[in-house]
Structure formats: C-alpha cells, structure tokens
Design a protein around this ligand. Structure first.
Ligand SMILES: [Mg+2]
Length: 273
C-alpha cells in the first residue's frame, strides 16, 4: 500500500542545505553530489513541474549550486519567489531590510571572528558554525542592534548554527502556501522535506493541507516520517528516477512516487541485516 497520492496529484517542496546537500562550515562550501541535479529534474518532470526548492538561501545562491538549472524556488525563507523554472525572482520590496541595519549586522562578523555574515537583502544571516561558543554573545549583539533599530516588524529566526534577521509575515510556510495557489501546484497534495526548525513552518502548512512532512536527521513531533540524513534523501530521489527508467525500458508507464517508507532504503536494509 502506498502512502502517497499518484504523481499526478503530488507536489514537492525540498529544502536545500542539510536536506539535499550535506551541511558545510560555510554556505558556499557545500557541494552538490553528482547526479543530484538529474534526479531533481526527473522528480520535477514526474510531478508535472510541481517541484520547488525552499531555502533560507537567496535564489541567486540556490542557482549557483544547481547551475545551469534554475528551479522553481522560494529564497530567503519565502521573501523571494520564482514561480516558473528559469523565470524572474520576485521580491516584495516591503520585506527588504534597511541598508544601514544590514551593514551593522554584517559588521558583527568582524566583531566575532570565525562567524560569517550573509547579506540577502531581505534578511541578514549570521552563521556561527565555526564558533558555536560565540552563540550567546552573537545573539546578544544582534538583539542590541534590533533594540537600536526599534522596528517591531523585525524578528530573529534561529536555525542550525545561524541567526537570520528578517521581517515578520513570511516564512517557508507562507512560501509553500503561495506556490499552492498557483499552477502547477494548485490542486495537488504537498510533500515537504526539510531538516531545520525553519522548515517546520512548511511542515505545518503542508500537513494542514492534508499533505506530508518529512524531517531530516531530527525528530519532529507530528511529521509523517524521518530521513536519517541528506544521503537518504538523495537515495530516495535517485530511486524514483531509476524506477522511471526501468519502467521506460519495459515500455511501461512511469510508476507513482514510492513513499519514503524508510525501511525500503539501502541504508536501512543494511542496518536491518
Ligand atoms: Mg536546511
């Protein structure tokens, strides 16, 4: 029995870092494993193009990873949206942060050596993976900047070794909802895969719509299931592509998406003997 609806009824929302690609010390250091882009293209084809990457990264940064492809995507936690493959990036002007605040936040990376600032216009991310010991001091310094700014629409979004300063009102859940209102997503059932607390907005949005949410490497109450690692997510995607190729070789119709019942995956098969 398959857990998932047919490929004609399914749409996919995939986080990037820690989900499709392994986490790295700095966002620019991650690598896209061989074959992943092909597997994503195959998955997108199978769901009629209804696949979007949803990330805290800017869409420009997502594109650098998946070059030359430019997938449908939500960047900067939903501040940026690309509705069609290869299409323009839309950004609500209201969400961008004042230039002087961005400069002051970026300056914190100099104040705290070993941390890294990423100016995404709609948000500034301060990464402290290289200096987890500075977490609390960095958070206090960010809070001090926000007190100085005195703008109640600003929030700090904590993620995996990162603080993202952004405006309220949008997140990965609102991004998912935006996609769900437009073709080819509209009318389909969403399936989300993500590893971080920021993905939980998308999990809740998908589950509210009767969809599916899978966490990666982290137990999250209420989700449909768990992938142990980005490797397992990639194995799952690859399996889907191989299933299609095998069906084509047999001149059969492409099968539906295999549900991520994780016992099916190679890693678990080995673990289970
Ligand atoms: Mg992630």
């Amino acid at each position: 029995m398959s857990l998932l609806p047919s490929s004609q009824q399914l749409c996919l929302f995939l986080d990037v870092d820690g989900t499709l690609v392994d986490l790295a010390a700095r966002p620019e250091d991650v690598s896209v494993p061989l074959g992943l882009i092909d597997d994503l293209v195959a998955a997108a084809d199978r769901v009629g193009g209804a696949l979007a990457l949803i990330s805290g990264r800017s869409i420009a940064s997502i594109d650098r990873l998946f070059k030359p492809l430019r997938f449908r995507a939500a960047g900067v936690h939903g501040a940026e949206l690309r509705r069609v493959n290869d299409g323009p990036t839309e950004m609500a002007e209201i969400v961008s942060l004042p230039a002087d605040l961005r400069a002051r936040l970026c300056n914190l990376a100099d104040v705290f050596p070993g941390t890294l600032a990423e100016d995404k216009k709609a948000s500034v991310a301060l990464h402290y993976r290289g200096r987890p010991d500075l977490r609390d001091e960095l958070m206090q310094a960010i809070a001090a900047e926000l007190v100085r700014e005195a703008d109640p629409t600003l929030v700090v979004l904590p993620g995996h070794f990162v603080f993202d300063v952004k405006r309220k009102g949008y997140n990965k859940g609102t991004a998912l909802a935006s996609f769900m209102r437009m073709p080819p997503f509209k009318g389909r059932t969403p399936l989300v895969i993500g590893d971080d607390v920021t993905d939980e907005y998308a999990f809740r949005a998908a589950l509210r719509l009767g969809g599916y949410a899978f966490s990666v490497a982290r137990q999250v109450p209420g989700v449909t299931g768990l992938f142990e690692s980005p490797t397992e997510v990639r194995e799952w995607l690859k399996r889907q592509r191989l299933d299609v190729e095998e069906a084509q070789a047999r001149k059969e119709e492409a099968p539906d998406f295999l549900s991520p019942e994780l016992g099916e995956l190679p890693a678990r098969r080995i673990a289970g003997g």
